[in-house]
Design a protein around this ligand. Structure first.
Ligand code: GTR
Length: 335
């Protein structure tokens, strides 16, 4: 085979450089590259849904917006990522309402233990007027919540015994997400709460810095926490929604047409996430059991629920204006 002569190569290069320059100068709008935060690995239900969101936005805006998802928390811990999205340094993210609480007090209502009676009720209320109220409060703090993801129910897990009653938590160091409400929650159960970044939990469990943590099946599974804390006790004390959020600064810079495309893509992504979540949660349950984790059904959840009364009282003493939101959520589920 003969090699192309060097003068031919130079000519080809010149032509392609010219073509490139024409392409650049004739493109009417430069693509906006969006950076999106995600704490989970790529195969996690939320991650797959975020990728669908990114592709749909890129395709339907014909490349005007090109979202890129950064998985595995490589863009930093969640509280920092929330701040960065608020100030527009990041463009979007999938955030849990737990770390959102210190920034948007209204979202802390969703973190009151046992406030939702089931995942279905949580979805129903977040898709309606309650979700709109929460989204309005978030928007005032610089975040546009476009749709709500599920994150199942969070339960306690620890290294060396099942939790049957609050007394079994006595003196245990339990990692919580960074939010004082969860410190109160664990304290009210007799444990010692340790707020800590998600990425540090595995090593801290392994080395005995903490004795336990709390999360849903997919996170318990994908983080590997089940390897070092094999007792998972189904307290199901939190049913937390998560958002697909866009930075307000980014959102305000979009045309109406593109806002509609982005919103639709976020709603579609939430639909996909919820479906994948249901399947993934079961699969994670099966996987951790297979790997030797012991799942403990908590016979009397009422004991845990009753222990939460001081958490509600303290919260409402601090935020009396949020009492109506709490009552509305409770009343909507009683029907
Ligand atoms: C997961 C949640 C994450 C993060 C994590 C944690 O279930 O999806 O956003 O909040 O829990 O415990 O830090």
């Amino acid at each position: 085979m003969r090699l192309v002569s060097s003068s031919k190569t130079v000519q080809t290069l010149k032509i392609s450089a010219l073509a490139g320059a024409i392409a650049i100068f004739s493109t009417p709008v430069l693509a906006e590259q969006w950076r999106g935060w995600n704490v989970h690995p790529p195969e996690y239900p939320n991650s797959i849904a975020l990728e669908s969101f990114a592709s749909e936005v890129a395709e339907k805006t014909e490349g005007r917006v090109e979202p890129k998802v950064f998985h595995n928390g490589v863009l930093g811990a969640q509280p920092d990522a929330i701040e960065q999205t608020r100030n527009g340094a990041l463009n979007f993210g999938n955030f849990n309402m737990g770390p959102m609480g210190p920034v948007v007090p209204e979202t802390n209502v969703l973190s009151l233990p046992f406030i939702f009676t089931s995942e279905d009720e949580m979805y129903r209320l977040m898709d309606g007027e309650i979700g709109d109220r929460i989204a309005a409060a978030m928007e005032e703090k610089g975040l546009v919540a476009l749709s709500w993801f599920g994150s199942g129910a969070r339960s306690l897990y620890n290294t060396d015994h099942p939790i049957e009653t609050p007394a079994d938590l006595e003196g245990l160091k339990v990692r919580v997400m960074s939010n004082d409400l969860y410190v109160d929650m664990i304290d009210a159960l007799g444990g010692n709460a340790t707020p800590m970044a998600y990425s540090e939990v595995y090593q801290s469990l392994k080395t005995g810095v903490i004795d336990g943590a709390e999360n849903n099946y997919p996170s318990y599974d994908s983080s590997g926490h089940y390897e070092v804390a094999g007792y998972y006790s189904r307290t199901e004390h939190l049913i937390l929604p998560e958002c697909l959020c866009v930075a307000k600064a980014t959102w305000d810079g979009l045309s109406e047409e593109d806002q509609q495309i982005v919103r639709e893509a976020a709603v579609n992504a939430a639909q996909e996430q919820r479906q994948l979540w249901a399947e993934g949660s079961q699969a994670s349950h099966d996987a951790v059991v297979e790997a030797g984790a012991e799942i403990n059904e908590v016979a009397d959840k009422a004991e845990f629920q009753q222990a939460m009364q001081p958490v509600y009282d303290d919260f409402l003493a601090e935020y009396p204006d949020l009492a109506s939101l709490v009552e509305d959520i409770q009343a909507a589920q009683a029907n």
